[in-house]
Design a protein around this ligand. Sequence first.
Ligand code: SF4
Ligand code: ZN
Length: 435
Amino acid sequence: MKYYKCGGETFELTLNPFPFKCKRCKGNEALIEIPSQGIKVCLTCFNQIFENRLKNTIKRYRMFRNTKKVGVFVSGGKDSAALLFSLKKVFPELVLQAIHLNLGIQYYSDLAEETVRKLCQEIEVPLYVYNIPKEEGYSIDHFVHTMFKNKICSVCGVIKRYLFTKIAKNLGIDVIATGHHLDDTVSTMLTLFFQGDFEGIVRLGPVLPPLYPGQATKVKPFYHTPEKDIFYYTALNKIPVETCTCPHGEITPSKKNKKIIEEWEKENKQFKYQLLSVFVKKLIPLLKTHPDYKLSSSEFKSCVKCGEITTASDEICSRCKRVSLIENLKEKKLELTPEEFKEFIENHPKDDWRVFDLREKEDFEKSAFEGTLWVNPEIVQASYRKLSKLFKPYRNKTLFFYCYTGRLSYILTLKLRKLGFKAFNISFPERLLIS
Ligand code: SF4
Ligand code: ZN
């Protein structure tokens, strides 16, 4: 069983029943080990432990006190899907609203939307879909044409946060529940600690009250849930989750810290909980008393472009600053149809462009577009340094790529754009090869 998540990480799960009974109910076959508790349990007991932990976290931090409507932004990945599923199961009386943002990421976003629709239909939760390209005329992919080309995930985060606030307000949502889990929180805390971003650490608490009137409270019901448990819960309950990764997923410092934490955890099973406890019980309360921490209401202004609240001195919020870069772009294309590609090559000298085939070599040898060069499809996984070296001879040319479906060549196109190459993907490659 394979599962994927936002950011390009892949998990693989194999389940082999243990040759003994569940250590909790002593009746059913033991199937899963809960590493944090060191016990091997059956599916029913695993679900009970998982759901009880969720219930206790919500109760302990009073997450849904006087709540009218809880919004869950469901990306298609396992964390938000498991959150929506478990909230519906554990709190059937709660007014839940699922929201999905279609980010317009080619070869990814429409598939993610399809998965979210399936989940919401199955568990009967109302879904609101906000399609960024249709509503706002740009997609996350377009940022590869801007100075943020190497920081796509951070731009994506700014835009998502802006839309979370705006949509929650429009839909009358007073609490937004997010799928951030124990591993996310602990690795981000460490990253922020090393960066000296103490204000950021304070925001990593389980409940983030509104910073100004009208904003929804943000809560993290999986605050004490390890990522591995979410992974098991999703797989064992057959919760629909996306099976393809976002082409922008990169290894970030926070993900590197996650790996370091996993190593420490091998020595001490309680490591993540101990680290969280030091941050939550000692560091965050201490930081909250610091005079620099509190923002006064006079520091909040309305963005002159979109009207949302901002603390920027020029009164233009981070989202509007980024989106205006797209509005000023003359050319947003990253992909050409075979017909557009042919029109391009008819109007440009042969030496100005190169076309590359990313299919298996034997298929390339059987049928390839005239004058095409073959590149091993595995190159898509190569580091930026290696890609830069490999394509150096073509630095001043326009590069075109095609593969079987368009997905792989699109990922390579994005990577080369991030390196400053003028690269295009060719969509519908079958039309290119037939003619
Ligand atoms: Fe996630 Fe980055 Fe893709 Fe946005 S661009 S969906 S943050 S991997
Ligand atoms: Zn704005």
